[in-house]
Design a protein around this ligand. Structure first.
Ligand code: PMP
Length: 363
């Protein structure tokens, strides 16, 4: 362990890049010559306004976000967006959702409170081990949007590009656990949102990237003002006091991604880490990785020995030697290593050699 830091495979909140944490520590008592930390400045100050402009510009550069999209910073995590998306976008009262596991199921349940939800495809018949092919999906002409969870954090699945829906309705994606992990053609989407506590920063913000024509005056007096995209957009995401701290941290991580070769380079690093892990799991007689190869997540590698007590013991033994966070989500059990942007190849190698040793001594 370097600098007393563990190998962090937590699913979120998750590892942040060490050089960024060092910058944050440096800035903590005196940010930008203000004599204050960023948590202490006014969100209406010129310094904070400059930070917001910089984060917006840097994120646009990193993802290649076209001008016609607005970037909103909202609180309430990705969970608030399960409600905000249908409430803002269901103008005709109808949306199509693809059910690929836990997080899309939660989004479907929430959306049903706001309108008619058609589950247009589902991975449930395959035990959520495979992303359904939706390339030929057809939806009713008045469908307000088609919704996918682009990376299922618990099941460990991600959407292969060629299986994504291509309909005339705007595509909405929950990118929480793969945001900024690879290049993204934003123009393919009507709206993208992501909780930032995986690849980007501390919990407390969801970033919403929304095409301007989808920002509308929703004629529902019951809708909380905070949740209205038109209000958030008109007020530069500070209709109320924003999470300045999280916005600042995200800004530092975005800069570090720009410095280290952008999203292409991040994707190469992420592919390499996931390959190391999946190759080991596929060649192992002790562990299996149940997700179909083409649907496997590069961010959340799910695996198991098939024996729940042994899985639990391995997660505990790993934590004892500084390899933390490999216990599977409580709803599914098993093991899961989240290999987000800030997790190094060295940490992945450490995990594999830990699992290997285990394999020979325990079996
Ligand atoms: N969507 C996905 C894909 C997630 O992984 C999570 C959190 N793990 C959420 C939504 C919910 O995020 P939050 O806790 O920020 O509300």
């Amino acid at each position: 362990m370097k600098n007393g830091r563990v190998h962090n495979f937590n699913a979120g909140p998750a590892a942040m890049p060490l050089p960024v944490l060092e910058e944050i520590r440096r800035d903590l008592l005196d940010w930008n010559g203000t004599g204050m930390s960023v948590m202490e400045v006014s969100h209406r100050s010129a310094e904070y306004a400059a930070l917001e402009r910089e984060v917006d510009a840097d994120l646009r550069e990193l993802m290649g976000i076209p001008e016609r999209y607005k970037i909103l910073f909202m609180q309430g995590g990705a969970t608030l967006q399960f409600a905000a998306v249908p409430w803002n976008l269901m103008i005709n009262g109808r949306a199509a959702y693809i059910d690929t596991g836990s997080w899309s199921s939660k989004a479907i349940k929430e959306a049903r409170r706001y309108g008619e939800v058609e589950v247009a495809a589902s991975g449930s018949a395959d035990g959520y081990r495979k992303i359904p092919d939706c390339s030929q999906l057809e939806v009713a002409p008045d469908t307000d949007f088609v919704y996918i969870c682009e990376n299922e954090t618990i099941g460990g699945l991600t959407w292969p590009e060629e299986r994504k829906p291509r309909t005339s309705a705007p595509l909405v994606a929950d990118q929480s656990s793969m945001f900024l992990s690879r290049p993204c053609d934003v123009s393919r989407y009507g709206l993208i949102y992501a909780g930032v506590q995986k690849n980007l920063g501390p919990a407390g913000i969801a970033i919403v990237i929304v095409r301007e024509d989808l920002i509308r005056d929703v004629p529902d007096p019951k809708m909380p003002t905070y949740m209205r995209y038109d209000v958030q957009a008109a007020n530069g995401s500070h209709y109320n006091t924003p999470n300045c701290w999280a916005a600042y941290c995200c800004g530092r991580v975005i800069k570090s991604l720009l410095r280290s070769g952008g999203l292409e380079a991040a994707h190469e690093r992420n592919k390499k880490k996931a390959d190391i892990l999946y190759e080991f799991l596929d060649s192992s007689s002790t562990f299996t990785a149940p997700v179909e190869r083409e649907s496997r997540s590069l961010m959340n590698v799910v695996f198991t020995t098939g024996d729940k007590d042994l899985d639990a013991k391995i997660a505990k033994d790993a934590a004892d030697v500084g390899i933390v966070g490999i216990k599977g989500h409580k709803s599914v059990g098993g093991l899961r290593a989240s290999t987000y942007n800030a997790v190094s190849e060295e940490s992945v190698e450490a995990l594999v050699s830990f699992l290997k040793k285990y394999q020979t001594t325990q079996v």
